[in-house]
Design a protein around this ligand. Structure first.
Ligand code: FES
Length: 317
């Protein structure tokens, strides 16, 4: 994704403890490209970092007046969230990408469960707004460590009413018990965004659900095991290049070593920017972007984390 849209920060406001909403307007005064709920933009920060954030207010408009993203303060931040919380000012100019959606609601899902944990509420709130506008029925389960940490709580109450279930760990004595609540599939699909333990628990709890009915977006990369990795041959067919990918090296790093300038953003397998078409080879998927069905097709991969399960990988690059 290229970050070629210039925007101005039009407002900054706290929407929960340690969560700041950032509103962005086009610097030129033109309207911004619209997007479906679940879309994200990339934001290029003056400190050289590029970070992606879900659009809270994307609900299927063809164009938009402004974008809103919400950024949680993260003590483990590699420079994105802390910079935004401490340095970003109203009036500042930033560069962003056009929206991209890897977490779109499918048209056939008319009755959905929306599940959010912590800052994962951002795409889920957009989905709840879209459901209300499109006439889809939904239940919204929102969890956070405490009520003060759940962003947009009042807006969620107003939007979802009796269909909102809030779970606060400090009041309930621990995280939400998904296994117990999801034994029966009562919805066409679940759309979930939140921390890895919540999504891992969701994966286990819904293992008996219909194929394609569990959709999730991670905001932190999955843990990629380092032990047991093998080196393999990498061929970039169109470029006419090949090399050996070392056991401790990613496919993306090997490509960069060959002098190939390939697009990337997160390098954690969560944004989809580095997706590459595969011509040959068994893919060991390690990303959090592709669905189980897309993984099974074995036709594309995220080269920042995914590897080859065999000895040779041929990419259509
Ligand atoms: S760079 Fe984000 S998925 Fe690879």
């Amino acid at each position: 994704m290229s970050v070629d849209i210039e925007v101005t920060v039009s407002s900054l406001r706290a929407v929960a403890r340690d969560v700041m909403a950032v509103a962005l307007r086009s610097k030129s005064g033109q309207r911004l490209p619209g997007a479906q709920a679940g879309a994200h933009i990339e934001l290029a920060l003056p400190n050289g970092m590029v970070r992606h954030y879900s659009l809270v207010n994307a609900t299927g408009q063809s164009d938009m007046d402004s974008y809103e993203v919400a950024v949680g303060w993260d003590a483990q931040s590699r420079g994105g969230s802390v910079w935004i919380h401490e340095k970003l000012k109203v009036g500042q100019t930033l560069r962003i990408s056009a929206p991209r959606n890897l977490f779109e609601m499918q048209a056939q899902h008319r009755h959905v469960l929306l599940l959010a944990g912590g800052i994962g509420i951002t795409p889920i709130y957009a989905m709840a707004q879209a459901c209300a506008q499109e006439g889809r029925t939904f239940e919204l389960w929102a969890s956070a460590r405490s009520a003060s940490r759940l962003a947009y709580l009042e807006e969620l109450k107003a939007l979802a009413g009796e269909h909102l279930l809030c779970h606060f760990d400090d009041e309930q004595g621990g995280p939400i018990n998904l296994a117990q609540r999801l034994q029966t599939q009562r919805w066409d699909a679940v759309y979930a965004c939140g921390p890895a333990p919540m999504l891992d628990a969701l994966t286990v709890a819904t293992s008996h659900w219909a194929s394609g009915s569990v959709r999730m977006e991670r905001f932190k990369g999955v843990e990629v095991p380092v032990e047991g990795r093998q080196s393999f041959e990498l061929v970039l067919q169109r470029a006419g290049l090949s090399t050996s990918v070392g056991a401790q090296e990613s496919v993306l790093e090997a490509m960069e070593r060959l002098g190939v300038d390939y697009p990337w953003s997160c390098r954690e397998g969560i944004c989809g920017t580095c997706e590459a078409p595969v011509l040959e080879g068994e893919i060991a998927h390690m990303d959090a972007v592709l669905s189980p069905d897309e993984r099974a097709e074995q036709r594309r991969m995220m080269v920042c984390v995914s590897r080859c399960g065999g000895g040779r990988l041929v990419l259509d690059i």
